[in-house]
Design a protein around this ligand. Sequence first.
Ligand SMILES: Nc1ncnc2c1ncn2[C@@H]1O[C@H](COP(=O)(O)OP(=O)(O)OP(=O)(O)O)[C@@H](O)[C@H]1O
Length: 309
Amino acid sequence: MTGTVVETRGLTRRFGDKTAVDHVDLRIAPGEIYGFLGPNGSGKTTLMRMMTGLLTPSEGSATVLGTDLPGNAEPLKQAIGYMTQNFSHYRDLTVRENLGFVGNIYGVPRRDLSARIDELLVTYDLVGQADQRVGGMSGGQRQKMALAAAVLHRPKLLFLDEPTSAVDPETRRNFWEQLFDLVDEGASIIVSTHFMDEAERCHRIAILERGVKRIDGAPPALMRDLPAQVVEVTGRDMRGAKARLDPAPEVLSTAQIGARLRVLLRPDLDRPEAVVRTILGAREDVSAEQVDPNLEDVFVAATTPELAA
Ligand SMILES: Nc1ncnc2c1ncn2[C@@H]1O[C@H](COP(=O)(O)OP(=O)(O)OP(=O)(O)O)[C@@H](O)[C@H]1O
């Protein structure tokens, strides 16, 4: 294996007039958790489906674990695992039966399958649910089972499409512990999300918007290299403050987050917090402070036309 598990070259998919994925170039290294971060409809699922060989690109190509796509995707089937966005297992079967079914599809030998299922039930904390019908389990339990099913045949590359969209933060944290364990065991993982905290856990991310890759890199580097300065404003009447800041030429964008206003300003300004105070006028009830960029700022900057390259 070279230093790349996935390479895409101008990968594009159109549905009628709509371009769901638009000339995306990516390189994903082995042992990485690589995140696709983007809002609904930004093309994350379509991009993943093309990488798994399930969907033919309209244009462009990819090499996934040495297999060239478009082309014969058969060799990929055994090498990848895919956890789809919608739960795709049998609700009328038990956890053990579902895992057995998946094992048979992958041709796991009978003599190994039951031991492998027992091992997965322990790893994913499903021993108590082993003989329970999946339809009666919680969203978090179903998700754990879907992950167990995706890794049953020990794939080298795992695709997870918004795997934690329906679970509470604690379940999400545990789920991520398991992803790091899988990476320690040698897997590479591609995961899509619209949660910033999840994106921040990835080794590298690509931010997608309307099918276009706006930026990619390691989250700390993306935050460090943000082409903007960030000022946080707190006080009363944040909507009024936003209305005054938005038209100012020094201001690139504003976003209200609860009782705070997050303001991105041009990178060349001295004392951006003073600039914000001047724009807002002498208001005693408002404070403005320069803060370090976070991933949300990176996302906003990457999807702001004046800032995006
Ligand atoms: N089979 C299809 N036929 C027509 N349009 C499609 C099809 N699949 C996806 N699209 C469109 O392509 C765009 C990208 O969809 P996609 O599901 O890839 O986005 P996503 O980022 O995964 O969104 P979400 O977060 O909602 O899952 C959307 O506008 C969607 O409506």
